[in-house]
Design a protein around this ligand. Structure first.
Ligand code: DQA
Length: 147
């Protein structure tokens, strides 16, 4: 089973970016934890980070032909991107939207996700664990055993 993890804009700055909201864990550390989980569960997991919308859409389309599921943190594009929503709907594999913070407890404009309707579910507010839970959820979903 192959899972594609897509990190959106500014997530390359984790560790130094607004640590009071996003914590001190770097993206490299998150990817290392994802790698450990992948080994534990026997999954092939590929991670990537893109700052631009087009590159995220390319990554979703690639995953659509190469992977069985997507865990995506669209970051700032969560709240604005019709095109990422459409890409998620266009591929035949399931996606879970991931957020480090609880977007529902933040600014009004951040509480709306344009991209979540293109996903089977959303996990947020648990820091790096949000990614790990999304991967476990995708595995259960793809295997058809329920989480
Ligand atoms: C985020 C939440 C978004 O609102 C924000 O723009 C991000 C990170 C999160 O993981 O909590 O960049 O997606």
């Amino acid at each position: 089973m192959r899972i594609s993890v897509i990190h959106g804009p500014n997530l390359n700055l984790l560790g130094v970016r607004e640590p009071e909201i996003y914590g001190r864990v770097t993206l490299e550390e998150i990817d290392a934890r994802i790698g450990e989980l992948a080994r534990e569960l026997g999954l092939e997991v590929e991670t990537c980070q893109h700052n631009s919308e087009g590159e995220i859409i390319d990554a979703i389309q690639r995953a659509g032909v190469q992977a069985d599921g997507i865990a995506i943190n669209p970051a700032g594009y969560t709240h604005t991107s019709v095109a990422i929503h459409d890409a998620l709907k266009a591929v035949a594999i399931p996606a879970i939207e991931v957020h480090l913070s609880n977007i529902l407890a933040r600014e009004d404009w951040r509480q709306r996700s344009m991209t979540a309707p293109g996903c089977v579910g959303v996990i947020g507010g648990l820091g790096a664990d949000s990614y790990l839970l999304a991967i476990r959820g995708l595995r259960a979903l793809i295997e058809g055993v329920g989480a």
